[in-house]
Design a protein around this ligand. Structure first.
Ligand code: RB5
Length: 146
């Protein structure tokens, strides 16, 4: 499983924690920036990661900003992306099981590093359940095409 990561300056520290955790687990990752604490704009990094996931170059994406909200809103503008901003483990696995989310977004100003790691693990371990959820995902795709 290949994971694409990105953050703005407000999510940089938490992204580094998540990267260390994933590398220790042997997960293949690529960090699409930002790489410094200089102020930057979260849509730029949302887009870099979202296109990689939408083009199937990476299985899933992880985005971090101050709240997880702005960066998820931006990622969701890319066709084929279902980005979920999560600050609890239930949502983190449910967003894959029911919504087939392909990006999770976290807020460094919302969750601490321990919870963030649990959230990421819950997201990565979960599987889309298909069935009745499939047609709902298809309806999201139909809205995207309008
Ligand atoms: C940056 O200050 C902050 O606005 C951004 O990281 C994010 O929280 C936006 O949703």
């Amino acid at each position: 499983m290949k994971i694409a990561l990105g953050s703005d300056h407000a999510g940089l520290s938490l992204k580094k924690v998540i990267i260390k955790h994933l590398e220790e687990k042997g997960v293949e990752i690529k960090d699409f920036g930002t790489y410094t604490e200089d102020s930057c704009d979260y849509p730029d990094y949302a887009y870099k990661v979202a296109v990689q996931v939408a083009d199937n170059k990476f299985h899933l994406g992880i985005l971090v900003c101050g709240t997880g909200i702005g960066i998820s809103i931006a990622a969701n503008k890319v066709k084929g992306i279902r980005a979920a901003a999560c600050s609890d483990t239930f949502s983190a696995h449910a967003c894959r099981e029911h919504n087939n989310a392909n990006i999770i977004a976290l807020g460094e100003r919302v969750v601490g590093p321990g919870l963030a790691i649990d959230i990421v693990d819950a997201f990565l371990q979960a599987k889309f359940e298909g069935g009745r959820h499939e047609k709902r995902i298809n309806k999201i795709s139909e809205i995207e095409s309008k």
